[in-house]
Design a protein around this ligand. Structure first.
Ligand SMILES: [Mg+2]
Length: 227
């Protein structure tokens, strides 16, 4: 876990979803593979050929952009896949219920945090998949809002999803903290907008935000937050 700019009053926490609110390597990889499969069918290539082309494209892009990561949505757009198609492909192929289970420890952490902060999810997934994912984890009731690909038609690291989440929660960006597993997607823009940031290695770190809330290492200051 790594924290950025938490030395201020915070009223809202904005969580990434995939590989932040659950750790499941196989499900994470399956989501990428389903989209590569769809694109390979459209391009008339084998899965392996498509995967290699995408990998080469991402590598080239990173080399000319200070090693930054490119979102999968941006990759699909580069191959001419519209946002509508991108959303439809995900809705047709993603199955969180096949991989994930209720997580009482996450529920406990988020219920605890939600007593002091307004919580939202900002995901590069679609809202319907986000709702299903949060439902299967048993934590849907902890969030006041979900911002997905289909909320503002833009994917992180675009600034709009972060600003939309702040608006939903009625908090200025400076009072928000963005929490996620990828610096380039979840934190870079949030920090530019004046938010704080917490880079997590997985859901274990989200448990720790609550279970080790007394620790000075990542104490988040909030109005009425008791440690
Ligand atoms: Mg993630």
């Amino acid at each position: 876990m790594k924290t950025y700019h938490l030395d201020k009053k915070i009223s809202a926490l904005i969580f990434d979803m995939d590989l932040t609110l659950y750790s499941h390597e196989e499900y994470g990889r399956s989501q990428i593979d389903r989209l590569i499969e769809k694109l390979s069918e459209r391009q008339g290539l084998s899965f392996a050929e498509m995967r290699d082309e995408i990998e080469a494209y991402r590598k080239d892009w990173a080399a000319s952009h200070h090693d930054r990561q490119l979102s999968l949505s941006a990759v699909l757009a580069a191959w001419g896949v519209s946002m509508e198609e991108n959303i439809r492909w995900r809705e047709e192929t993603y199955q969180p219920e096949r991989y994930l289970h209720p997580d009482p420890r996450l529920r406990n952490a988020l219920e605890g945090l939600s007593a002091s902060y307004a919580l939202a999810v900002v995901t590069n997934n679609v809202v319907s998949i986000a709702r299903r994912t949060l439902a299967v984890l048993g934590v849907g009731h902890c969030f006041r809002g979900i911002v997905g690909l289909d909320t503002c038609g833009a994917a992180k690291p675009h600034r709009e999803p972060f600003l939309e989440a702040a608006r939903m929660l009625g908090a200025p960006p400076e009072a928000c903290v963005s929490i996620g597993d990828r610096y380039d997607m979840d934190l870079r823009t949030a920090l530019e907008l004046g938010m704080g940031g917490i880079l997590v290695d997985g859901v274990e770190d989200v448990y720790r935000l609550w279970e080790e809330r007394g620790s000075a290492a990542f104490f988040i200051r909030a109005e009425g937050f008791n440690t």
